[in-house]
Design a protein around this ligand. Structure first.
Ligand code: NAP
Length: 291
């Protein structure tokens, strides 16, 4: 392997240390960042994500509340619960874990969150602020990708960034963040998806390749320019370990691609731990703005 690993775990540890310092400062002003995570139903993957978010919040000294709600909750009752936390002065961030059960309209729930407490960055107000370059809560995974590039010394200015995937939670926002006229951005961005013709033609031109397709081996070595920086957002479960942990791989054919890339993120230990850290960062920022 020749590529340098961009270790999300290590960068996350550094950022969490920075957050802890800021939390201690806030505490001298009697402000404790507050985060509520709302989990509807018992999807095992969602349960494990929410557990990890709660653990991180707890370790950083946040005031954290976990709401475990039965999957049968009505849309109206869930909206009322969100409203309760909109009005709770001890709560700075509200996270509703997605996906929600089919009888609940996700967009209605996301819109119900006060944009100033929308630490997941999915509210249309925050999306609009992000696209227009105003201060906003950035969605956590794209925010994580940007921080990983910045903190591992990757120059985005003038770089050709190719994003594989155009979802609202990863592909579109990461593209929008990196085209901003701003530090840590200023890139030229191409976005690929399932209707892209000859995707390899685009990916082979990437200085920075960000892959968020949710498909194992969506990017293979022949699709990568030698020396490119590769950020693998994908998380695909391929089984369970003997100790009962989920066995995960990304979207990039890691072994062969790491022979030609200059830097690459591993899965696990890459974007995943950073995503939760950026949720904590957003919650801290919300608390810092508390009136
Ligand atoms: P998604 O909503 O399923 O979107 C996938 C996108 O990839 C779609 O835009 C799709 O195109 C495109 N796509 C799929 N296969 C493709 C292919 N072979 N070639 C080109 N484009 C392709 O997924 P998502 O929510 O963005 O998540 C993507 C991956 O990231 C998943 O593995 C997910 O688990 C992971 N993820 C990780 C984190 C983390 O913290 N590490 C956070 C979020 C997501 P169309 O639009 O044309 O269908």
């Amino acid at each position: 392997m020749t590529a340098e690993l961009i270790k999300g775990k290590d960068i996350a540890a550094l950022i969490r240390q920075e957050i802890k310092t800021e939390v201690d400062k806030l505490k001298t002003k009697n402000i404790i960042p507050g985060l509520v995570t709302i989990l509807v139903g018992a999807d095992p993957a969602s349960e494990s994500y929410v557990r990890a978010k709660q653990k991180a919040a707890h370790e950083l000294g946040f005031h954290s509340i976990q709401e475990n709600i039965d999957a049968s909750i009505s849309e109206a009752d869930l909206l009322a619960l969100v409203e309760k936390y909109n009005n709770d002065p001890t709560i700075d961030g509200i996270l509703v874990q997605l996906p929600l059960p089919k009888h609940i309209d996700e967009s209605k729930v996301l819109i119900a969150i006060n944009p100033d407490k929308d630490v997941d960055g999915f509210h249309p107000v925050n999306v609009g602020r992000m696209v227009t370059g105003q201060p906003a809560f950035l969605p956590c995974t794209p925010y994580a990708v940007q921080q990983m590039l910045i903190r591992s010394g990757v120059q985005t200015e003038g770089a050709h960034v190719v994003v594989v995937g155009r979802s609202n939670i990863v592909g579109k926002p990461v593209a929008n963040i990196l085209i901003q006229k701003a530090a840590g951005a200023n890139a030229t961005v191409t976005v690929c998806h399932t209707r892209t013709k000859d995707m390899a033609k685009h990916t082979r031109d990437a200085d920075i390749l960000i892959v968020a397709a949710g498909v194992i081996n969506a990017v293979t070595a022949d699709m990568v320019k030698p020396g490119a920086v590769v950020i693998d957002v994908g998380v695909n479960q391929i089984g369970m370990t003997e100790s009962g942990k989920r066995k995960l791989v990304g979207d990039v054919d890691f072994g062969p691609v790491s022979e030609i890339a200059s830097k690459i993120t591993p899965v696990p230990g890459g974007v995943g731990p950073m995503t939760i850290t950026m949720l904590m960062q957003n919650t801290l920022e919300a608390a810092q703005k508390r009136k």
